[in-house]
Write a protein that binds this ligand. Structure first.
Ligand code: DGI
Ligand code: FE
Ligand code: FE
Length: 404
């Protein structure tokens, strides 16, 4: 077997690692390329390194859907920290394997100072990845010096030992430390999707001095990614309508826009996912919600807005939480999101829409009342169980407009 080995700490694994593995696999026609995290002795510097199990898990996620690129535990299992030892042990266990040890162009200058470089070169072909933007004279010089010093062969030959191959590639020059030191949402394009989500879920690399907040533009991008297109268009419609209404009723339009954007941020969750999220995070599920789990997308949406998008504004989170059922005595912001959801421009099937849109900027309580009334009618016709909050909200606003 012709085997490529890509070593490193992988803290975290990122797209450049994957691209390097792909280029070598294809370029040198190897059978496999292994991503092999190095063993870090527990006493050495380990506080700074992310726990081994996270690093391994991320590699497994990154290679999951790739052919012939795999995770390899050889160094970790055998507690090997030096490449020379690793390659020696590998050749003892698998003498038939033809090894290719892969390093980035930036590591080539320090290679001479590695532990027993001559052993490495005896056991494997050294594959040096050159990026297309890296045409440093020093690179050529270092390669030349290594070639002379270790009597390396740079030509294709049947005797693969003591060989160095420079592979010209298009891979980009990102590093793990860049990812560790930047807000995660700026690193999205640098990471396999599953790795990005894993880092987010386990809150890895959450540096105090890194501002983790998402901009409105980033939230929009993310919603566009996760929601179906019609749902995303609806979301933009609610945000815009809520902003206009906020201006009409004299509350903060930015807050309304944000709440509108986020109100259905958990709408793509399945019923099972909604329930699972509630159970895992101690979010109470009422008997109505048990009966119709999609009602939970408000509550779970508020949770996601806080956890994923780092929204801390309680008023915004409550507007998201209550947008489906409503509740008695809502804040103006809650009423606006509840109503904007119903009347935004892409809605078309609800009855009375033109009347509701007419009064939308004039009388918020009247609008709320009509929407609750129409919703109750609709649900009664469909023989659906009605949430007690919806009912109570209706009674509350019926009485409130009666007083006027
Ligand atoms: O998420 P959207 O589709 O934009 O809108 P939404 O969050 O208002 O959800 C709309 C659905 O929720 C609609 O089919 C009516 C339903 N709904 C609202 N209140 C209740 C309800 N369904 C039940 N079973 N009980 C309620 O009290
Ligand atoms: Fe909704
Ligand atoms: Fe909605």
């Amino acid at each position: 077997m012709k085997i490529g080995l890509l070593g490193g700490t992988f803290d975290p694994v990122h797209n450049t690692h994957i691209d390097m593995a792909k280029e070598v696999l294809k370029g040198l026609k190897l059978d496999k390329v292994y991503l092999m995290p190095s063993f870090c002795p527990p006493h050495k510097n380990s506080a700074k390194i992310t726990s081994e199990c996270h690093r391994i898990h991320m590699i497994k996620l990154a290679v999951e859907e790739l052919d012939n690129i795999e995770y390899c535990d050889f160094e970790i299992k055998n507690k090997l920290s030096y490449t020379a030892d690793t390659l020696t042990a590998w050749k003892e266990q698998y003498p038939e394997d033809e090894l290719y040890f892969i390093i980035g162009g930036d590591s080539v200058s320090s290679f001479d100072n590695w532990y027993h470089p001559e052993i490495i070169l005896e056991k494997a072909t050294l594959v040096v990845i050159r990026r297309n933007d890296l045409t440093l004279d020093s690179f050529e010089k270092t390669v030349k010096n290594l070639t002379i010093k270790y009597h390396l062969n740079t030509e294709e030959t049947s005797d693969y030992q003591r060989r160095l191959v420079v592979l010209d590639t298009n891979v980009s020059g990102i590093s793990s430390s860049f990812i560790r030191n930047h807000p995660l949402n700026e690193c999205k394009d640098l990471l396999p999707v599953a790795v990005y989500e894993y880092i987010h879920r386990y809150k890895l690399y959450m540096n105090e001095d890194v501002n983790m907040a998402w901009s409105v533009a980033e939230i929009k991008n993310d919603l566009q990614r996760v929601l179906k297109e019609t749902r995303y268009v609806h979301t933009l419609g609610v945000a815009r309508t809520a902003k206009d209404m906020a201006e009409a009723f004299d509350i903060n339009p930015n807050q309304a826009y944000l709440a509108g954007l986020l109100h259905d941020c958990a709408k793509h969750f399945s019923n099972e996912q909604l329930i699972e999220t509630c159970v895992k995070n101690n979010i109470m599920i009422s008997k109505y919600e048990k009966n119709a789990p999609y009602l939970l997308h408000g509550k779970v949406g508020a949770y996601i807005a806080g956890k994923k998008y780092y929204i801390e504004d309680r008023q915004v989170l409550n507007a998201v939480k209550w947008h489906t059922t409503g509740r008695p005595d809502m804040t103006k912001l809650e009423q606006i999101i509840f109503c904007a959801d119903y009347i935004e421009p892409s809605r078309s099937v609800q009855p009375n829409l033109s009347y509701l849109r007419q009064i939308a900027m004039k009388d918020l309580d009247l609008l709320t009342y009509h929407i609750l009334k129409d919703t109750l009618n609709y649900l009664q016709n469909k023989n659906q169980l009605i949430d007690s909050f919806t009912k109570e909200a209706y009674e509350f606003y019926k009485e409130k407009i009666g007083e006027k």
